[in-house]
Design a protein around this ligand. Structure first.
Ligand code: DAT
Length: 174
């Protein structure tokens, strides 16, 4: 059955502003903020905790099973620092947030990331790893790169996604 509400991924390197954007979007649009980190934790979709990188070792099969019903229903804003694991058929829009290195450095330092993890994330942002992953995994028409350095940029990003949603609903008989 076709979705009556779209699924959106908000992705990017940790610290780009995914959670902040997803919360604002959920409030404005009524779509649901699906924090993958929370799902991994709550539904135990992991094989333990990585002490070096301070993150869960995700079991992707379990994660997809845990998300499947919600994704089929539609109306999810999926918040995760990866995007290549989700089936193409689930996803209507992929927002890749980008940020300047110095801003990212400040945000991750404020989170007290260990040096190796901080450096790895900075490299990942500079190398455009998530943007490439999105482009490799989805049709280019649905991948949108947006900058998230300032509150003004965030506001205009949210407006842009809201406008996209209005159009999506028109196109899908809403
Ligand atoms: P992520 O979920 O991608 O890890 P976040 O939403 O937790 O990122 O944001 C990390 C920090 O940066 C947080 O303190 C809020 C701030 N931030 C995020 N996007 C911003 C923006 N566009 N302008 C100013 N601050 C922002």
């Amino acid at each position: 059955m076709a979705r009556t509400s779209p699924n959106i991924i908000v992705t990017g390197t940790p610290g780009v502003g995914k959670t902040t954007h997803c919360e604002a979007l959920a409030e404005k649009t009524g779509l649901r903020h699906v924090s993958v980190n929370q799902v991994v934790k709550d539904k135990q979709c992991h094989e333990g905790w990585d002490e070096e990188y301070l993150c869960w070792i995700v079991d992707e099969d379990k994660l997809l099973d845990a998300l499947e019903d919600e994704a089929k229903e539609g109306g999810c804003i999926i918040d995760w620092h990866a995007c290549d694991l989700f089936p193409k058929s689930w996803i209507d829009l992929v927002v890749v947030l980008r940020v300047d290195s110095s801003t990212l450095y400040d945000r991750l330092s404020a989170r007290k990331y260990p040096e190796a993890k901080l450096q790895e994330n900075l490299d990942s942002e500079i190398m455009e790893v998530l943007l490439q992953e999105a482009r490799d995994s989805y049709d280019e028409e649905i991948v949108v790169e947006l900058t998230s350095n300032t509150a003004d940029e965030m506001e205009s990003n949210v407006e842009r996604v809201e406008a996209w949603l209005v159009q999506w609903k028109k196109d899908h008989g809403g």
